[in-house]
Design a protein around this ligand. Sequence first.
Ligand SMILES: Cc1cc2nc3c(=O)[nH]c(=O)nc-3n(C[C@H](O)[C@H](O)[C@H](O)COP(=O)(O)O)c2cc1C
Length: 249
Amino acid sequence: MNAIDTMLQHRSIRNFSEKTVEKTVLDQILAAACNGSSMGGMQLFSIIVTQDKAMMQKMAPAHFNQPIATNAPLILTFCADFHRFDRYCECRQTPTDAYHNLQAYQWAVTDALIAAQNACVAAESLGLGLCWLGTITYNTPQFIEALQLPQHVVPVACIPMGYPATNDTPLTAKISWENLVHQETYHESSDEAINQMYAKMENCSNNINMVNDNGFENLAQDYVMRRYKKEDNEYFSQVLKDTLQKQGF
Ligand SMILES: Cc1cc2nc3c(=O)[nH]c(=O)nc-3n(C[C@H](O)[C@H](O)[C@H](O)COP(=O)(O)O)c2cc1C
């Protein structure tokens, strides 16, 4: 499969076979992840590989005990990292405080996410399955402590991966790509166009059952009032602001 076929076949995998991921396979994934574009060529990210089940158990509560956080053979955590570049500057007797701010954080997040998605494409092209865990962006302080991250390092993506337990996981219903693309300038969508765009998601049986089971009238309500609620987002926004300050950004 070429890269485009791999990407078009993407689906999140949450159950894994017993088969271990060979070191040669993991090394290829990590090398591909680390070879992407980066801000000024500074490679402002680090990857933490977790394979120790005791470490997975330790971090499980911060992942809200999602089963995938302990049943995957390995987890890659991608961190925005200015610590290593700071160390380089220190070794060259060069000041580092130019980068202890939100602007530099944004560069490092971008570099880390480029590496993360490159790892995903590499892993899927080698037959592995994976699923991002957004919980890394909720309980960030717990992960900083567990992974012993120094100042100017913040975890931004967490991706358990392994060989899929089955090969029948369906593709997820999505908005057609043509609706996500605008030519030259942004074009506002009519209500009718919006209705059409979200129809595929609204009409898939998983979402219909979820909306019914939770007693909502539509999928939008389920998102806003249950899955990703305002009070949770405001609470975790404050956690993030405090964490960025504490980590020196
Ligand atoms: C930033 C991010 C966070 C996610 N967090 C979770 C998560 O915590 N648990 C989970 O089961 N899936 C998680 N996912 C997977 C999404 O639910 C999934 O990608 C989406 O429903 C689309 O399905 P697909 O990946 O099968 O195409 C996350 C995906 C992303 C990109």
